[in-house]
Design a protein around this ligand. Structure first.
Ligand code: MSP
Length: 693
């Protein structure tokens, strides 16, 4: 029997659907995805949950303003989140929405337990009382009088007036759990990191915890309290419960039992803004209900611009769509996780993004891969050279262990680099990779993404230096040194493979492409790939294709800085540059890539030239029950009235873009014949909306 794998249940906050996603949401979700992949690489059994927080007064207000139902609004925004995660190559195991039935049923089951729960000193954990206080409808929370900005009793976060509220509410007796919470956090039974966040939470306990109300009278869009149907459950009780409802808490489902109740690790990634809810309210609620509590919480830092918080009202937002489109998902993921320590606040700049991309991805990694493969193509007929006899790593491992205890190691930004210097040994070959594997996985485990990547890049630079020092081109001139050359190149390729494996949690696409070039199949590396010497001698390497083509500086006219919301008049290229380069190199795409493009038959019902443009025409098209506006650059080839009635082929799932200020929701397909557009049509009648395959 094989031993059961260690489990990790990993969650992001569920994001509010007030608005489309922003870069802070992407930051947490990318970190969770990278950690999931890293822990799977380490052989663990991981379940990764994300989702959306959809109830509350804000949603009622926004839906009313838009003139649509709350559910419709939530559906739209939840879809935008899912679409964004797809672009970032996020692979969650489940996407929970608080409007899902499984969630509502789970919340009610938890509520049943809370209603009868007793505090450690034997009182009811939930009791009725009168609440009075300053309520901010935007925060959906009460504020202490001293927090308010004067004059006007303004919410300190939203700068809008708070309302004095008195209502009969049900309360949760948080104050009765002070001792238990302190002990749970101090003993690291609930391990809160970074340390500063742990101290902050202990500080809050020290000041004394107040009971909080768990029902709301004036909110309709929520889960009604069974014993008081004119109240809904407090939005935070509703929201926090997602972590267990998503696993099937309502039915004591196998996933719930495996990953939560019987799991080894239950880890919440959160921003520092919501640490109190997760580290005080949530554990106390669960403990009261007799449900196991989380084992870890990590509070990530906040991304700022020019030192200020990101906010639409001040205009300093970072558009996560523009960010991923600029240089592709790997580049965005790498930058966000490499640029700063995960727990710290940091300032985003376009220049830093481009500089990191060029230095680390295009130069260091890109050059290493292309040099290694080109040399093998040139000197070994593009086949993996014979595997050299393994070298014993015991002595180096011993020195490494001693080094890790030394002060030099403690102060080093890259321990592998520092070790190289202290020990005088080049990090090359099996020993280096073994040290790196263990060390990088440990850094990931601690959510030290920048640290893990720093160590992996120490090996990249070591491999690059080894090429310069060994001069394989000189070895190649001397047939007597063929064995030496082969051994060097084998180790170099293995180094590349180990780098791709260890970096794959952060840059999964590039890793899969490196694997494909190494004839290992275009696949995600797995735990088996960590061992040294996996490359099969004699296997044929693929064509060397550029991984990360260099780009010019941030304000290159061709590119839009990502720190501005994508201007509608400058539609982005459909593919990130690295993808585009690959395709223009004549490579084939697979059917799955093609399947991402949704082609449909569309009937033109209206057409008119766009004022001020020679080329553009505005079309209304019928997609079979749906009418769309599309802008097409065909005005020089067709008179508008000749277009009406034609059934054409439309790319139906393009993101909206504005052309000459007119919104376009799709793209019309046409051939270019001597500079004229010739529309793709059908040779017999096809109903509008029909899928084109
Ligand atoms: N819905 C609640 C969470 C409920 S969890 C049971 C919520 N949603 S939110 O949409 O406001 O998302 C908050 C989270 O987004 C933060 O905790 C953090 O993970 C992320 N970020 C939001 N802005 C951020 C930055 N500027 N920088 C980094 N992350 C930030 O709160």
């Amino acid at each position: 029997m094989t031993a059961a794998k260690r489990t990790l249940y990993l969650t992001t906050p569920i994001y509010y659907v007030n608005d489309v996603p922003h870069v802070g949401h992407a930051y947490t979700t990318i970190a969770a995805d990278a950690l999931t992949r890293a822990r799977r690489l380490a052989g663990h059994d991981v379940f990764f949950l994300t989702g959306t927080d959809e109830h509350g007064q804000n949603i009622e207000r926004i839906a009313r303003e838009k003139g649509i139902s709350e559910q419709e609004h939530c559906d739209r925004i939840a879809a935008a989140f899912r679409e964004l995660w797809q672009r970032y190559d996020i692979r969650y195991d489940r996407f929970i929405r608080t409007t899902d039935l499984i969630h509502k049923r789970g919340v009610l089951r938890l509520w049943e337990k809370l209603r009868v729960a007793k505090t450690p000193d034997g009182r009811d954990a939930v009791y009725s009382g009168t609440y009075s206080g300053w309520y901010c409808p935007r925060c959906e929370g009460f504020k202490d009088e001293e927090e308010l900005k004067q004059p006007g009793n303004l919410c300190p976060d939203h700068e809008r007036p708070c309302e004095w509220t008195e209502e009969e509410n049900l309360f949760f007796r948080l104050s009765a759990y002070e001792g238990w919470l302190r002990q749970t956090i101090e003993s690291d039974t609930l391990r809160i990191r970074p340390e500063s966040r742990r101290n902050e939470v202990l500080g809050v306990i020290q000041q004394g915890l107040k009971d909080f109300s768990v029902s709301r009278a004036r909110v309709k869009w929520g889960i009604p309290v069974p014993e008081q149907p004119d109240h809904v459950l407090y939005v935070w009780v509703d929201a926090l419960s997602n972590y267990i409802t998503a696993l099937g808490f309502a039915d004591d489902a196998p996933d719930y039992r495996h990953y939560w109740a019987g799991g080894d690790e239950r880890l919440h990634l959160i921003g520092k803004d919501i640490i109190r809810f997760h580290c005080l309210y949530w554990p106390a609620i669960l403990y009261a209900a007799g449900v196991p509590v989380p084992t870890r919480a990590f509070g990530q830092g906040f991304i700022t611009r020019e030192g200020r918080r990101l906010s639409k009202s001040t205009g300093n937002v970072i558009d996560p769509v523009a960010l991923v489109e600029r240089l592709g998902p790997d580049a965005a993921r790498y930058f966000l996780l490499r640029e700063a320590s995960y727990g710290a606040d940091w300032d985003f700049t376009d220049a830093a993004f481009v500089a990191r991309y060029n230095a680390d991805l295009a130069n260091d990694l890109g050059n290493l891969v292309s040099r290694a493969l080109t040399m093998v193509a040139r000197y070994c007929e593009a086949k993996v050279p014979p595997r050299p006899a393994p070298v014993s790593t015991t002595a180096l491992q011993e020195r490494w262990k001693r080094f890790l205890q030394s002060p030099e190691a403690a102060g080093a930004s890259s321990r592998l680099k520092a070790f190289e210097e202290v020990s005088g040994s080049r990090l090359f070959g099996e020993a280096a990779s073994e040290l790196l594997v263990e060390h990088a996985l440990a850094r990931y485990e601690e959510l030290d993404f920048a640290g893990a990547l720093g160590e992996i890049w120490a090996l990249v630079s070591s491999l690059n230096q080894a090429i310069v020092q060994t001069e394989p081109w000189t070895l190649a001139k001397d047939p007597a040194r063929k064995g030496e050359l082969d051994a060097f190149l084998y180790r170099l390729l293995e180094g590349v493979r180990v780098v791709a494996t260890l970096a794959s949690p952060v840059i999964p696409r590039a890793a899969a492409r490196i694997f494909s070039m190494l004839d290992l199949g275009e696949r995600e590396p797995g735990a088996d790939d960590l061992a040294w010497g996996r490359l099969e001698s004699g296997s044929r390497l693929g064509k060397v294709a550029p991984l990360f083509p260099r780009v010019e500086k941030a304000n290159d006219a061709k590119e839009t800085p990502v720190s501005e919301t994508t201007p509608p008049s400058a539609p982005k290229p459909a593919l990130p540059p690295s993808e585009a380069a690959r395709l223009s190199a004549g490579e084939k795409i697979d059917i799955a890539e093609f399947a991402k493009v949704e082609l449909r038959a569309a009937k033109i019902t209206e057409a008119e030239k766009i004022a001020g443009s020679k080329k553009l025409v505005r079309l209304q098209v019928d997609l079979g029950g749906e009418t769309r506006q599309v802008v097409a650059g065909i005005a020089e080839s067709y008179e508008p009235q000749a277009l009406v009635g034609k059934t054409i082929v439309l790319v139906a799932n393009l993101k909206p873009a504005k052309l000459m200020g007119v919104e376009s929701n799709g793209m019309v397909l046409a051939g270019a014949v001597d500079g004229n557009a010739v529309l793709c049509t059908f040779d017999s009648s096809v109903a509008p909306g029909t899928k084109v395959k």
